[in-house]
Write a protein that binds this ligand. Structure first.
Ligand SMILES: *Cc1c(COP(=O)(O)O)cnc(C)c1O
Length: 432
């Protein structure tokens, strides 16, 4: 046995030979799928490089404005690059957009007026949007400003309910919202193809209805984005996929010139719009993160598929299953017991480059009706493009996990999680 043998290295990180070998067998069967992920990655990498070349990104772009931020050239070129990548007229990409929820709120508030109705056609939106919209009463919601809300749930099989959508559109309908990723629901994630069909359907009813797509966790998973099929606004967080793990904050909105101007006038002020907002030193990490994003997303996808296959073999229910096509980077594994969920999260934490020595503990997180356990040893707080896992301590005791800036780290995290499950007697050696 060579001193540099990889199984020895895994052993030194606490992965037993049995667990390593089990993982290796699963990985070998995924060669073809991994090759297809690499093809998508290659396409998206070229797309990003081409956009950067077309927009003449230069070293000056990494300089940062201060104060008002007039003529912050790096910021303006970055927004142009995003518009090229998403094939839209314009984009708003700012450090002043504090997170994905904020980007969505800016897009909604900027483009809706009192008396307008917002219609979600992919069922209940992401938790944090409930207070933005006013589904749950809250200070300053769209509801307080006289914007009404309706929703059409997806059908049992996770597809759009076109009949109900047609019935729900009224003369007041100003905007339709579609959420690509399932978030923390059990429905399937929507493919870009399915979203494209829904956009066409809505525009056929009335072309002036705006379509907003919550693209969180979906960027670069496929070769196309919802913006390629007529979405007026495509919105996401920079501490997820498009930030490539390097963006320390931020969100983006890519869309029509009209919608982006409206959003900018909400983000800053009427009259000032996109002209102000100094980039404060983040330009290079935004550019470089976007450059890395296609391969970071590919690594995270491999991790999700690897985990699905590994835990499926051991008899756990996994969503999506080991064979399904992927449209986002989230993987759920149901453990059925609090001990299983806890062991999994502890394993993910123990494999992290940061805070590997702390043990995650379930806690009563605001807004949840049960304790939640979270594992994250991240360089950027709350970054879920980095390897992270969480889950509420209630049946079916599912861990939602995502990310991994590299496939190798995702793999270590998953093997470590399995090792913890073995150590606690939840998975038996004979099952491997
Ligand atoms: C993460 C997420 C959001 C909100 O993003 P934050 O950055 O956490 O505010 C919105 N929608 C979906 C589908 C998400 O996954």
């Amino acid at each position: 046995m060579s001193e540099f043998a990889i199984d020895e290295m895994y052993a030194s990180l606490g992965i037993s030979r049995e667990v390593y070998a089990f993982g290796k067998r699963a990985e070998e069967e995924l060669k073809e799928r991994f090759a297809r992920i690499q093809e998508t990655c290659e396409y998206n990498q070229l797309k990003v490089i081409r956009a950067m070349q077309e927009c003449r990104v230069s070293a000056e772009c990494f300089q940062s404005g201060t104060g008002y931020g007039y003529n912050d050239c790096g910021r303006d070129v970055l927004e142009e690059v995003y518009a090229h990548v998403f094939h839209t007229e314009a984009a708003l990409v700012r450090a002043q957009i504090t997170c994905g929820t904020h980007a969505l709120a800016v897009a909604l508030f900027g483009n809706l007026r009192p008396g307008d109705e917002l219609l979600s056609i992919s069922g209940k939106p992401y938790d944090t949007l409930e207070e933005v919209i006013g589904i749950r009463p809250s200070r300053g919601s769209l509801a307080e400003y006289g914007v009404t809300y309706r929703q059409v749930d997806l059908l049992e099989d996770g597809s759009f309910d076109f009949e109900k959508i047609r019935q729900a559109v009224t003369p007041a309908t100003r905007m339709v919202e579609i959420q690509r990723s399932k978030g923390y629901q059990t429905r399937p994630t929507l493919s870009v193809d399915a979203i494209a069909k829904a956009i066409r359907f809505v525009k056929d009813i009335r072309p002036d209805i705006l379509v907003l797509v919550d693209n969180c966790y979906g960027e670069f998973v496929e070769c196309a984005e919802p913006s390629d099929f007529g979405a007026d606004m495509t919105v996401g967080s920079l501490i997820k996929n498009p930030g490539g793990g390097l963006a320390p904050i931020g969100g983006y909105i890519a869309g029509t010139k009209e919608c982006i101007e409206n959003a900018a006038c909400r983000l800053t002020t009427p009259g000032l719009g996109r002209e102000v907002g100094a980039s404060l030193g983040v330009n290079r990490s935004f550019f470089q993160g976007l450059f890395l994003a296609p391969s970071v997303v590919a690594g995270a996808l491999k991790g999700a598929i690897f985990a699905a296959n590994l835990f499926e073999r051991l008899g756990f229910r996994v969503v999506p299953d080991g064979k399904e096509e992927r449209h986002d980077i989230i993987q759920a594994v149901e453990f059925g017991t609090p001990e299983g969920l806890t062991a999994f999260c502890e394993g993910i934490q123990a494999a992290a480059p940061v805070d590997s020595y702390v043990r995650p503990e379930p806690w009563a997180m605001p807004g949840y009706d049960s304790d939640v356990i979270m594992a994250a040893g991240a360089f950027i707080q709350g970054s879920s493009i980095e390897l992270s896992a969480d889950g509420p301590l209630k049946p079916p005791y599912a861990a939602y996990f995502q990310g991994g800036l590299t496939w190798e780290h995702a793999k270590l995290g998953i093997l470590k999680a399995l090792q913890y499950l073995c150590g606690r007697g939840i998975v038996n050696r004979e099952d491997l």
